[in-house]
Design a protein around this ligand. Structure first.
Ligand code: ADP
Length: 570
């Protein structure tokens, strides 16, 4: 309910496609589809519970900062209800209104929603002092957009902020259909009978709004089945928000229905997580097989290879911790590989690692026919003929090293991934850790420092344990205190190390579960050299975990193989 106030209402924000925004126009108020992106949520942290999602915080920040003179929200979740409470309490949004949105579109729900719409109309009339103008409301109803025919990529789940939408569109070679909670909003045209009276209009409008493509909150059975069966659907990005459990069930249901690739993309609504987000988007689109790959034609091949003078292929994996390079020849035989610490400037490390690998192979840069860069820094280093995500490169490398492998577990310096492949080595699904260091090499490095061990020593110790110590936390900061207290209790170092390895294994097994991982398991990345983690993971998964020789170079090898595929073919 709005607080009664006499302040003018010109622009009223809204955040949900079921919002009856045409009613705003009926009272002479501009409807503003609110856009809030933020990197600083501190004003909201003071006003709201810290566990709310990044979107609720961003919205609260906009409201607290005086961005709206009116805001109409729907009670779609607790976070938005709390956000509305906080804004109403602060008085920073003079017209703060919360609509009770039904969960389905049956007759009873339509009647309930129409009653809500009438109440909102009265509140708007009261607040603005202007009577409802039916013609203005009718004119404000947008036309329901007709979807473009042909293949498309669907985005489902939580609304996309403009930068995320632009990133998806710029990577997708097929049109993107936004089926999120803020997707296409037009519900018109308004039929003649609905233009006869305000009451008839509101009755029709309530039904039309509720019959839009269901958002996650709705009982979406038929819509989701229709989507899953659509022959033009080529892939699904399911967007969810961090710290929100709301999307899991809907995602699982949709994932069990669709036969096309589907990936879960989680954002925290801050600009800081754009690197990981881009990797997920690119990997999904690569997985769809939609990227423009030059077909290996013999003319192109000969030109690229300069009549046989250029017959080597390089892969550069610019990771957060190490920069790895692999060089292969025309027969895909590995002729050089280098692992070098990533320094302060990723580009310098990449150039140095490539130069080391060229000397190891005894060839010059001119003899490289094609180079693919991958890893976290792939776009920043600007080296190579193409960039491919580490997901696709690890899969390519792993399939080459071990064709039986179906699930790759890659634990690097600051991220960990589980990638499930089919028998051809194509990525079926993948999951990545969030931004937190728990379960990564960085976590183990921090613990090694406290135990006064080198990373190598820590890696060897975890297999020689007696007592099964369980750490109560996976958080690096809290685990540090826990390890200090275990040291004070005179626990054997090997037992503490095993506890740490088991904690990494638990976190990683969660990722494996998310991709429905199945044997054979192959572990890649620097942490695959930690025998304790490998053993703890095998115990958790109840199946052996294989480790290829030089697991750290698997991504770079995959990149080199992709470089070769693009010139010579597979
Ligand atoms: P990224 O690709 O993110 O740069 P890497 O795959 O190179 O990461 O893995 C780096 C991680 O591997 C670091 O955290 C490092 O501590 C760990 N690591 C490197 N060598 C070893 C080793 N011999 N034993 C155990 N861990 C190792």
């Amino acid at each position: 309910m709005p607080e009664s106030t006499s302040s003018p209402l010109t622009n009223c924000g809204y955040a949900c496609k079921y919002t009856p925004s045409a009613l705003f126009a009926g009272c002479g108020v501009n409807a503003v589809r609110e856009v809030c992106e933020t990197s600083d949520t501190s004003p909201a942290d003071a006003a709201l519970h810290p566990n709310l999602c990044g979107y609720a915080k961003a919205l609260a920040c906009s409201g607290l900062g005086g961005a709206f003179d009116g805001l109409v929200l729907t009670n779609c979740c607790d976070s938005l209800r709390r956000c509305a409470d906080a804004l109403r309490r602060s008085g920073s949004v003079p017209f703060m209104y919360l609509i009770d949105l039904p969960r389905c579109a049956d007759e009873c729900a339509v009647d309930l929603y129409a009653a809500q719409l009438r109440k909102l109309t009265r509140a708007l009339e009261e607040h603005t002092g202007r009577p409802f103008d039916l013609a203005a409301a009718v004119a404000a109803v947008g036309e329901r957009p007709a979807p473009a025919p042909g293949p498309y990529l669907a985005v489902v789940g939580a609304r996309l902020e403009p930068s995320l939408r632009a990133a998806i569109e710029s990577h997708s070679p097929v049109p993107v259909r936004d089926l999120t909670c803020m997707g296409a909003e037009g519900v018109g045209p308004v039929p003649d009978e609905a233009r006869q009276s305000t009451d008839a209009f509101i009755g029709w409008y309530a039904r039309a709004l509720l019959s839009q493509e269901s958002c996650t909150r709705m009982t979406a059975g038929n819509d989701r089945r229709r989507l899953a069966l659509d022959p033009d659907l080529t892939g699904v990005i399911y967007h969810g928000l961090k710290f929100c459990d709301f999307y899991s069930y809907d995602y699982q249901t949709l994932a069990s229905q669709v036969t096309v690739p589907i990936t879960r993309l989680e954002t925290d609504w801050t600009s800081q997580d754009s690197g990981q987000t881009l990797t997920r988007i690119e990997a999904l689109i690569e997985g769809l097989g939609l990227t423009a790959r030059p077909a290996p034609a013999s003319d192109a091949e000969e030109a690229r290879m300069d009549n046989g003078r250029k017959c080597y292929f390089a892969g550069i994996d610019s990771g957060s911790t190490s920069t790895d390079v692999a060089i292969i020849d025309r027969d895909a035989t590995l002729v050089a590989h280098v692992v070098r610490a990533t320094g302060a400037r990723a580009i310098d490390s990449a150039e140095a690692a490539l130069s080391d690998a060229l000397s190891q192979a005894g060839i010059s840069k001119d003899e490289l026919a094609y180079t693919v860069s991958t890893g976290y820094g792939r776009t920043g280093i600007g080296i190579g003929d193409a960039q491919v995500t580490e997901i696709t490169c690890h899969a390519r490398g792993a399939h080459h090293l071990d064709p039986q492998a179906r699930t790759i577990i890659d634990i690097g310096g600051q991220d960990s991934k589980a990638i499930r492949m089919d028998e051809e080595g194509a990525v079926v699904s993948f999951a990545m850790n969030d931004k937190c260091a728990a379960g990564t090499g960085r976590f183990l490095e921090a613990m090694a420092r406290i135990l006064e061990l080198s990373v190598d020593e820590l890696a060897q110790m975890g297999t020689d344990w007696d007592e099964d110590i369980t750490l109560s936390t996976m958080c690096t900061v809290f685990a540090e205190s826990e390890v200090v207290s275990l040291i004070a209790q005179n626990k054997k170092t090997a037992d503490i190390v095993h506890g740490l390895d088991a904690s990494v294994a638990s976190k990683t097994a969660g990722l494996v579960q998310r991709v429905h991982g199945e044997p054979e398991y192959l572990m890649t990345g620097g942490v695959a050299q930690n025998a304790g983690v490998v053993a703890a993971l095998a115990a958790k998964l109840g199946s052996p975990v294989r480790v290829p020789p030089d697991p750290q170079v698997c991504g770079a090898l995959g990149a080199a193989l992709i470089a070769r595929d693009r010139v010579v073919g597979q």
